[in-house]
Design a protein around this ligand. Structure first.
Ligand SMILES: NC(=O)c1ccc[n+]([C@@H]2O[C@H](COP(=O)([O-])OP(=O)(O)OC[C@H]3O[C@@H](n4cnc5c(N)ncnc54)[C@H](OP(=O)(O)O)[C@@H]3O)[C@@H](O)[C@H]2O)c1
Length: 349
C-alpha cells in the first residue's frame, strides 16, 4: 500500500478549510524517480504541503532527506509521518531552520554541513509565506522577501561548499528554487525592497519574492557555469496546488485577498502529490542548469511537469546581477560563487 501523508495539526481554527482533512497519497503522477540511495537532499518547509510530500517521495526513493522545520514539535510529527511511509530504504531527519531569522539560517547551514560531512547532493528551496499583512523578519526585512528570497539565498550560499563537494561533472549537485505563476505580478523594486515608502501590497510583495527566486536561480546558473562548479541551478513552480499556503496566511491575519482565494484555491488546485512533479523533475530528472519547469496543462496550473515560461523581467540579467549584490549587502552573507562584476545598487523590474 502507498504511504499516506497528513499535515501535522496547526493550532488554528481553520481546519475545516485545510488539506489537513485530506488523506494525501503519494501518487506517482510524475515520472518514476531514479534510485536515490546514497544521495543527500535538503528540503525546506516540510511541515505541510509540497515540502512534506517531497520529503516522502524522495526518502521513498532511497535518499537521506534533511527536512527543515521551524517548530520542533510539528517537525517531529512530519518526520514520523515520512518515516512511517518508508519501505526499508531512505531516511528522514529534521533540521531546525527559520528563514525569517538570519542567525537561524547560519546555524542550520552549519548543522547540515556537519551532519552530512559537507556532502549535499540536492537543495530544494521550497519554504515560503504568502499574502499576509506587512510584517518584518527578525532582521527587519519585509516578511515575504525575507522568508522567500533573502533567507533561501543566504542558505544556498552557505551550503555551496557542501553542494560543490558532492557534485561531479557526471552527476552535478542541484539547487532548486521554487517560484510561482505569481512571479509575473508586479516587479522588483530594489530601491524600496521592504516597502518603507510604498503602500504595502501583499500580492505584489509575494510576486516580487517569487520573481526574486527566478532571478536568483538565473544568476546562480550564470556564475556556476563561469566557475565550472559541478552544480546545476534550476527553478520550478507547482502551478496551483492544494497546500497550507493560504491557510498559513490566514492564520497570520492574512488579507481579504487571501480570504477570497481560499475557495477557488480548493476548487481549482491539483493535489499536492501532482504538484510536487515539477520540483521532483528539477531535483532528479533530465534538466539543464538554468531550466525552469512547471505543470504543462491548463495555462500551466496543473498537469505533467515540463518547460515553464517566465516573464521578461525574470530574464533580465542586469536585474539578476543587482539582486545578487543587494542580497549580499542586505544579508551580510558572502555570496558563493563570488560575482565577477559589481554593478551599482538600485533598479526596478
Ligand atoms: N500551493 C501552490 O499553489 C503554490 C503555487 C505557487 C508556488 N508555490 C510555492 O510552493 C512552495 C511550497 O508552498 P506550499 O504551497 O507547500 O505551502 P505550505 O503548505 O504553506 O508550506 C510552506 C512551508 O514553508 C514553511 N515556512 C514558512 N515560513 C517559514 C520560515 N520563516 N522558515 C522556515 N520555513 C517556513 C512552513 O512551515 P510552518 O508549518 O512552520 O509554517 C511550511 O512548511 C512555496 O515556495 C510557494 O511559494 C505554491
Amino acid at each position: 500500500m502507498r504511504p499516506r501523508f497528513r499535515a501535522p495539526p496547526r493550532p488554528d481554527s481553520l481546519n475545516a478549510l485545510t488539506s489537513q482533512e485530506m488523506q494525501i497519497p503519494v501518487a506517482q503522477q510524475h515520472e518514476p524517480l531514479p534510485d536515490l540511495t546514497g544521495r543527500t537532499v535538503v528540503v525546506t518547509g516540510t511541515t505541510s504541503g509540497l515540502g512534506l510530500a517531497l520529503s516522502g517521495a524522495l526518502a521513498g526513493a532511497g535518499a537521506r532527506v534533511l527536512m527543515t522545520v521551524r517548530d520542533a514539535e510539528r517537525g517531529k510529527a512530519a518526520v514520523e509521518q515520512v518515516r512511517a511511509g518508508l519501505e526499508g530504504r531512505g531516511s528522514a531527519e529534521t533540521v531546525l531552520l527559520d528563514l525569517a531569522d538570519l542567525a537561524s539560517v547560519r546555524t542550520a547551514a552549519a548543522d547540515v554541513r556537519e551532519r552530512t560531512g559537507d556532502q549535499v547532493d540536492v537543495l530544494i528551496n521550497n519554504a515560503a509565506v504568502s499574502l499576509g499583512p506587512h510584517e518584518r523578519t527578525r532582521d527587519g526585512f519585509e516578511l515575504q522577501l525575507g522568508t522567500n528570497h533573502l533567507g533561501p539565498a543566504a542558505l544556498t550560499w552557505l551550503l555551496m561548499p557542501a553542494l560543490r563537494a558532492a557534485g561531479n561533472p557526471g552527476q552535478p549537485s542541484r539547487v532548486v528554487m521554487t517560484s510561482s505563476l505569481g512571479h509575473r505580478t508586479g516587479g522588483l523594486d530594489l530601491t524600496d525592497p521592504h516597502w518603507d515608502r510604498r503602500r504595502y501590497s501583499p500580492t505584489l510583495a509575494y510576486g516580487a519574492s517569487k520573481l526574486a527566486n527566478l532571478l536568483f536561480a538565473a544568476e546562480l546558473d550564470r556564475l556556476v557555469r563561469r566557475t565550472g562548479d559541478p552544480v546545476l541551478s534550476i527553478a520550478a513552480h507547482p502551478g496551483l496546488t492544494a497546500s497550507e499556503l493560504l491557510n498559513n496566511s490566514l492564520t497570520r491575519g492574512g488579507t481579504w485577498r487571501a480570504r477570497l482565494l481560499v475557495l477557488p484555491d480548493r476548487l481549482l488546485s491539483q493535489p499536492v502529490t501532482d504538484g510536487i512533479a515539477p520540483q521532483l523533475l528539477a531535483a532528479t530528472g533530465a534538466v539543464r542548469g538554468g531550466d525552469y519547469v512547471g505543470p504543462t496543462g491548463s495555462f500551466q496550473t496543473r498537469g505533467p511537469a515540463g518547460p515553464a515560461s517566465r516573464s521578461a523581467t525574470a530574464r533580465n540579467p542586469e536585474l539578476a546581477r543587482k539582486l545578487w549584490e543587494f542580497t549580499a549587502a542586505t544579508t551580510g552573507v558572502t555570496p558563493d560563487p563570488q560575482p565577477v562584476s559589481r554593478p551599482g545598487p538600485g533598479g526596478t523590474g
